[in-house]
Design a protein around this ligand. Structure first.
Ligand code: PAF
Length: 305
């Protein structure tokens, strides 16, 4: 595996060192501290492409001034070993100056240079608690796409809004890469795997599995309305399905709901009813309060159908 820290080296690799004719480059952008979720994306890229490039860059522009950018874990030696074992061809690990030549203060009003903002899908849901987060993601991913020029790019379904925002960006800025959404990896209980699960005690890991169970019950109702009844189903019925499963934990204060969204997959517009042919996403963010550890852990999950 080649490790590059400068854009010049990547461009040289892409234009001079490899013969790209008829060959594809797959790309997995990351912020490092790699785990199983990343490995799943990378394996798929390696399987589907002639070359795979991975980037590791802790992107300042997706952090708010009150978030601790310096505390974000950086584990480059371990990450490099993992990437080598996964047969990755290049690792691009630039510094902030390379990616943001004019510097990148966290305060948006002091920032200089080009930024990419995908309006209409970035402000709601996750964007509500982190106002400039998606602007930072779309800006850095555009830069990375321009450097790597991948044929295929891989993102996890777990961060569904990120995927949808990037999908709109790629379609409407006419960026020549195909986005692939890699399904969520789940524990046997159904709980979506997340690096945050480690902050929960075994009892609360079990309780948190009900997040997915609630979403699955809504999914089953939609499937029934689509296939058996061939008719639409209203939002209130679906919310009720989810809340019935969550209710015992809401009452005790173990679950504090940030949002439940039943939205169009392409626009993230909330739906009053789901029609049989709609492509939709049911997503949620729940703050789980673990009484055993006193930790509050914000978990997100979603189902696309
Ligand atoms: O999902 C992430 O790790 C980041 O948001 C990404 C896509 C690498 C951009 O910094």
């Amino acid at each position: 595996m080649k490790v590059f820290h400068t854009i010049k080296e990547v461009v040289q690799w892409r234009t001079q060192e490899i013969d790209r004719r008829g060959k594809t480059i797959g790309f997995v952008p990351t912020m490092g501290c790699l785990h199983n979720g990343h490995a799943t994306l990378i394996r798929q890229s390696v399987q589907e492409n002639d070359f795979t490039a991975v980037s590791i860059f802790v992107n300042p522009s997706q952090f708010a001034p009150d978030e601790d950018l310096d505390q974000y874990p950086r584990t480059l030696p371990e990450d490099t070993k993992l990437l080598e074992s996964l047969n990755v061809d290049i690792l691009f690990a630039p510094n902030a100056k390379e990616m943001y030549p004019q510097g990148i203060p966290l305060d948006v009003s002091s920032q200089r240079g080009p930024f990419v903002n995908v309006l209409g899908v970035s402000e709601m849901l996750e964007g509500k608690t982190r106002p400039n987060f998606f602007r930072g993601v779309t800006t850095v991913v555009t830069k990375l796409f321009n450097i790597i020029m991948p044929d295929n790019s891989y993102f996890g379904q777990k961060d569904i809004q990120q995927f949808i925002v990037l999908n709109v960006m790629v379609n409407e800025l006419f960026i020549n890469t195909k986005l692939t959404m890699v399904p969520i990896v789940r524990a046997d209980s159904g709980l979506a795997l997340s690096s945050r699960n480690k902050y929960l005690s075994p009892k609360y890991l079990d309780i948190s599995a009900n997040i997915y169970k609630g979403l699955s019950d809504a999914q089953k109702s939609i499937e029934y309305s689509r296939v058996e009844a061939q008719q639409s189903i209203d939002r209130e019925t679906l919310l009720k399905k989810i809340e019935t499963v969550w209710e015992p934990y809401i009452i005790t204060g173990d679950f504090r709901i940030d949002y439940i969204s039943i939205a169009d997959f392409n626009t993230l517009n909330e739906l009053d009813e789901v029609n049989p042919t709609d492509k939709i996403v049911i997503s949620c963010a729940v703050n789980v309060f673990d009484r055993n550890t006193n930790n509050t852990v914000r978990l997100i999950d979603n189902i696309v159908m």
